[in-house]
Write a protein that binds this ligand. Structure first.
Ligand code: G6P
Ligand code: MN
Length: 445
């Protein structure tokens, strides 16, 4: 079984490889092909993986290439984990928006739109190549903004592309834990778009346990989202939102906190990871140790950032790294070995949410087997949530239109329609600023 990782020089690739190393069963991944545009990053990550594999007799063989077509040929699974414009691009996405007084964040609001405008044309090119060179491969997309990018790719790959994120599974795990059960025993009724979803129920043996949580202020105060949103607001909603909804429900506070922070998360990670790649280029240094130290530092600051800006508590250690690589592995196993699994994934809607059309990519629980991911039927969302989901989907559609046509007017419309951008004038200025700083947006005429 061959897995090709696009963005193979990325910082999180050792997490994926680490998960593969735990799989010894028949039908596991035996070959990993790393693809990246940057030789130096590939070299650094290849060194980390070699150290991880030491002493593991059935460790997947690793090769690296900068030739995309060569990387795709013969792949059974393709992970797309690219970052168009790198962390420098993310830092610019965040900085420009904050300077205009709106949320500057990796995937939500203006920053996410800029990131999407840069990424969609590249993702579409990849999807076309996969369709031509590896038509039977399954594409697992965790390139952000994951829902939008998955939808762009699905126009060329249909249901062979599946988007993943670690936030719903992390949320489900935390809720299950405070309710004294395990996520594996529960059905998490989570519905929405990527980074825009709500847990409306958690069923254990057919019984919904969520009302017990919503009715208990002590339980609500004992986990991250409970503290982040506050017991009163969660009771008003009657659901537990994905942590990314904090940017909607507490927008002013977050914008102000991020403006005051001085350095954005993207700028912090850019500097921190630049140090890692430099260290890992030195043959005298253990690349794995350098990577591990950098990862620990990143996680520690993630907690600190959340505590200060959002009032959230510390995350359990497993929530920080027990995330997306496990979803990816579970998804591959279910498909490759026809082992039925229930996973929350980004797939085409079909008729799951009646407010959206069949091709809109949504984030919902799916039954996965060798034939792919099939969304479970879901109860409709309440009006306020449907409103947000439809508004953000409309924004995503404008991004897709702008990427397909190169229309600057569509790009302005995308920003202007976003619920977290409060003025068309600001939207126009954002397009000006972003096209100035991002070479990847030169296509917008
Ligand atoms: C979560 C989200 C990802 C996002 C990441 C950002 O894992 O699901 O989509 O990219 O957080 O974390 P970072 O450490 O890069 O700020
Ligand atoms: Mn995510």
């Amino acid at each position: 079984m061959r897995l090709t990782i696009l963005g193979g020089g990325g910082f999180r690739v050792p997490l994926v490889y680490g998960a593969l190393l735990t799989d010894h069963a028949e039908g596991r991944v035996t070959e990993v092909v790393l693809h990246d545009l940057d030789d130096r990053r590939l070299h650094a990550v290849t060194r980390v993986l070699a150290e991880q594999a030491a002493g593991v007799p059935d460790a997947p063989a690793v090769t690296a290439t900068t030739d995309l077509d060569a990387a795709l040929r013969g792949a059974d699974f393709v992970f797309s984990a690219i970052r168009v414009g790198g962390l420098e691009g993310r830092a610019d996405d965040e900085r420009v928006a904050l300077a205009e007084g709106v949320l500057g964040q990796e995937t939500v609001g203006a920053g996410g739109i800029a990131y999407g405008l840069r990424t969609v044309p590249v993702a579409v090119d990849i999807a076309r190549r996969v369709a031509r060179l590896a038509p039977d491969a399954w594409v697992i997309n965790f390139t952000n903004p994951a829902g939008l990018v998955t939808e762009a790719m699905s126009r060329h790959l249909g249901d062979r592309v599946i988007g993943i994120c670690d936030s719903p599974v992390g949320l489900g795990r935390r809720i299950a834990r405070v309710l004294g059960t395990r996520q594996e025993q529960a059905f998490v009724d989570y519905v929405g778009l990527n980074h825009l979803g709500w847990v409306r129920g958690l069923r254990v043996a057919g019984r919904d346990e969520l009302p017990r949580l919503l009715g208990d202020p002590a339980l609500l105060g004992s986990f991250e989202e409970g503290r982040l949103f506050g017991a009163d607001w969660l009771r008003s909603l009657g659901a537990i939102p994905n942590e990314y909804l904090h940017y909607y429900y507490f927008n002013r506070e977050t914008v102000r906190a991020y403006q005051e922070a001085g350095k954005t998360r993207g700028a912090f990670l850019r500097d921190q990871q630049a140090r890692f790649y430099e260290e890992a280029a030195d043959p005298a240094v253990s690349a794995l140790r350098a990577w591990d130290r950098t990862r620990a530092e990143r996680e520690a600051t993630y907690m600190a950032e959340n505590r200060e800006s959002a009032g959230a508590g510390e995350r359990e250690a497993e929530d920080l790294s027990g995330g997306y690589e496990k979803v990816a592995l579970a998804l591959m196993r279910a498909i490759a070995r026809d082992e039925r699994a229930t996973l929350i994934l980004n797939v085409r809607n079909r008729s799951t949410l009646s407010a959206l059309d069949a091709d809109a990519v949504v984030e919902v629980p799916c039954l996965v087997d060798a034939s792919g991911a099939h969304p479970f039927a879901a109860d409709p969302l309440p009006g306020h949530a449907t409103g947000l989901v439809c508004a953000v989907k409309a924004v995503e559609r404008e991004v897709l239109a702008a990427a397909a046509s190169g229309s600057r007017a569509s790009a302005v419309t995308a920003f202007a329609l976003h619920p977290l951008v409060d003025s068309v004038t600001v939207a126009r200025r954002l397009v000006e600023r972003y096209t100035e700083v991002h070479p990847g947006l030169a296509y917008l005429a």
